[in-house]
Design a protein around this ligand. Structure first.
Ligand SMILES: [Zn+2]
Length: 336
């Protein structure tokens, strides 16, 4: 799998839906679009094929300047990731890795592609980088940073006053980019919500208008920063359901699980029910250690939180829970 690099907007790119993108591009592609300022602003999207918001926002952005016959205020390098998965509107195809977990080296063909792209990005100075996603559960819009340096925080704040700082998983593109330029991930709510497209478009316009990324720290509007401390994983091939009704399941979770996202949940909060006492949820911290016993208790089949936490990305979309995780647990983080 090789990286395709093109330097003009191909016919059809600005009109097709993400599912039709395969008719225009042969595979994962870097599009280098010149603008008035250098170095380029790097935009990555469609790493997950069922998360169209970033692509739709970029399409509107490029349509706007193309129609007005004006150059972009700054050069843009646009990487469109999993076009084959976008065709089927799935996170990734069954025979593919998760494109959001391939940015730290490996032996798959996709790792070779990543290596080509990162080598190119590293050897050209970038202004900044952003990777645009949707969440499969209800979440407020937020930005993720993998470093707490001021340019990263200030870039994230342009998108949302709510930031998540995480160091694991560390196979994400924003982590790889952070070694050589300010980089963030933005989570723009549910796929299909037009507000998400408007919000991302507005954010991209702001980024392109910047002459530099502010490095100041004495800002009156400090963002609310959460530190992601653990993720909740399920045993392979387990059966899951929602609500308390008896079903042929191993775990049932509360029906309004997603409403817990970004809200402080006190100690002893009910998360769900364990129907199969042989199985356990696995809570893994940032060092990959199993810390389940510090977070989850099972009493009379009820799954409860042992300590107060702020969950994020909790989802009721079963395929993503089984492919990735149930969600993350966070703590408020004080920027000193
Ligand atoms: Zn995603």
């Amino acid at each position: 799998m090789d990286l395709h690099i093109i330097d003009e907007i191909p016919n059809g790119l600005l009109e097709v839906s993400p599912a039709e993108l395969h008719q225009v591009l042969p595979g994962p592609t870097l599009l280098q679009i010149p603008g008035e300022k250098e170095p380029p602003f790097f935009i990555c999207t469609l790493l997950h094929g069922d998360e169209p918001t970033g692509f739709l926002a970029v399409q509107q952005l490029l349509n706007h300047y193309t129609r007005q016959k004006k150059p972009l205020p700054r050069s843009v390098w646009l990487f469109l990731g999993n076009i084959a998965a976008a065709r089927n509107q799935v996170r990734h195809l069954p025979d593919q890795p998760d494109f959001n977990r391939i940015w730290k080296g490996g032996t798959l063909p996709e790792h070779r592609l990543v290596d080509q792209l990162l080598t190119l990005l590293k050897s050209n100075k970038l202004f900044a980088g952003v990777d645009i996603h949707n969440t499969s559960g209800e979440n407020p819009h937020y930005a993720c940073v993998n470093k707490l340096d001021q340019p990263f925080i200030n870039l994230g704040k342009l998108f949302s006053p709510m930031l998540v700082y995480f160091t694991r998983p560390d196979e994400v593109i924003s982590r790889a980019l952070a070694d050589f330029c300010p980089a963030i991930t933005v989570e723009s709510g549910l796929a299909g919500d037009p507000f998400g497209v408007d919000h991302v478009l507005d954010f991209l316009e702001q980024c392109l208008a910047l002459d530099n990324i502010p490095t100041n720290t004495n800002n009156p509007s400090e963002p609310r920063v959460y530190h992601s401390i653990a993720r909740i994983e399920l045993p392979d091939n387990c059966r899951i359901g929602f609500g308390e009704a008896e079903q042929e399941t191993d775990f049932n979770f509360i029906e309004n699980l997603e409403s817990m996202n970004f809200i402080e949940q006190p100690e002893n909060t009910l998360v769900g029910w364990r129907c199969n006492p042989e199985l356990k949820l696995k809570v893994v911290d940032e060092h990959g250690e199993d810390v389940s016993e510090g977070f989850i208790s099972y009493d009379n089949g009820e799954i409860r939180l042992i300590r107060s936490v702020v969950p994020s990305m909790l989802t009721t979309f079963a395929p993503n829970i089984l492919d990735d995780c149930l969600g993350y647990l966070m703590q408020r983080y004080a920027l000193s």
